[in-house]
Design a protein around this ligand. Structure first.
Ligand code: AMP
Ligand code: MN
Ligand code: MN
Length: 335
């Protein structure tokens, strides 16, 4: 089992002594980051610790994830205490992915506190004093459950729901789940995770305004059969104008629609963000099917991620961003 650096027994010992814990997810936290942080946070709180969960941006948790926070553990960065005894970063491979909260890592270490890193990204830089990184785990919540088991903490419905949410989304609805992961899901359902309701909330549900946005974006979607080293590339652009009536969640869903394109090994969505400079700025989602390592493409453009799901941020026009991505795709390693 490729758990590196810190043994589960050492992590459990650290958490048994923890009485003041801040848990962080990466910027734009997903169900794996927030579900993992909340699950561990709920368990530590039940054991008597002062616990809070936060992330640098956006200002609020996306709506579909808010119901996971049954005990109101999530606080904005401005409401965090000055320091904490134990800082936990979940699903966050490098300090810069904590955004403005990244400085707490060094601050906690300097003050003699502990930093526990729980993750499954191959690019993890092990920036904690304690690191539990399993690059073969399909989600960070898998690692969180191992830690809860090591602590001997019994699953309840609130914790199971948080863990299930991370598993569900990081495996694309269990499509990429091993037998062990399905067995873990069965445990979570037995403990009270509502499989059908969570799938609907986290994967399917959108307001009606999603449909016209999608129609506009899909009408501009392009297929390049010769792209992605001849294996096919499909790409779409979501400008701020097209996304003006919908939330972040609706924009994030576009990649899951266009990646269904059979003729394309790689799918890319450019999502326009607030400009950081005078030029346009794009948050990019990349998805592969099986043959090309898209994390290498994202990395070449300043981002990162997993072999089949990665992302980056690129300044410039949409055409310039696509040109940079095509160039990186041409050099990307085959799997
Ligand atoms: P997304 O398309 O936003 O769902 O991102 C897919 C995966 O790519 C995430 O799970 C992250 O691991 C990674 N990722 C996305 N954006 C970045 C970034 N700017 N830098 C590093 N990794 C990223
Ligand atoms: Mn994540
Ligand atoms: Mn993850």
């Amino acid at each position: 089992m490729p758990i590196v650096d810190t043994s589960l027994a050492d992590v459990a010992a650290l958490l048994r002594d923890a009485h003041d814990v801040t848990l962080l997810g990466h910027v734009n936290p997903d169900a794996d980051a927030i579900g993992g942080a909340l699950a561990l946070g709920l368990a530590l709180r039940a054991r008597g610790a002062d616990v809070r969960v936060s992330f640098a941006r956006p200002a609020e948790l996306q709506e579909s994830l808010r119901r996971l926070d049954v005990e109101g553990l999530v606080v904005p960065p401005g409401k965090l205490p000055e320091s904490e005894q134990v800082l936990v970063a979940v699903d966050t491979p490098a300090v810069d992915r904590l955004g403005v909260l990244g400085g707490r890592v060094e601050a906690t270490k300097r003050a003699g506190g502990s930093v526990l890193v729980i993750d499954h990204h191959p690019s993890n830089t092990e920036y904690g004093t304690h690191n539990v990184v399993d690059v073969e785990a399909e989600a960070s919540v898998v690692v969180v459950l191992r830690i809860l088991d090591e602590l001997g903490h019994e699953l309840d419905a609130n914790i199971a729901r948080c863990l299930y949410a991370g598993l569900l989304t990081d495996t694309s609805g269990f499509r990429r789940a091993s037998g062990d992961t399905h067995r873990m899901a069965a445990r979570l359902v037995d403990a009270g995770a509502e499989a059908n309701a969570l799938s609907y909330e986290l994967l399917d549900a959108h307001p009606f305004a999603w449909l016209p946005m999608l129609a506009n974006v899909l009408s501009g979607t392009q297929l390049e059969p010769d792209g992605a080293q001849g294996l096919g590339l499909v790409h779409a652009v979501v400008t701020r104008e097209l996304a003006s009536d919908v939330r972040f969640e609706e924009v994030e869903s576009v990649i899951d629609v266009i990646r269904a394109t059979r003729e394309a090994e790689v799918a890319i969505v450019l999502k326009e963000t607030e400009p950081r400079t005078a030029s346009q700025c794009w948050t990019v989602s990349l998805r592969g099917k099986s043959a090309i390592d898209v994390s290498a493409v994202a990395k070449a453009c300043g981002g990162g991620g997993h072999r089949l799901a990665a992302g980056c941020t690129i300044d410039g026009t949409a055409d310039e961003a696509m040109a940079a991505l095509r160039k990186a795709l041409a050099d990307a390693p085959r799997l």
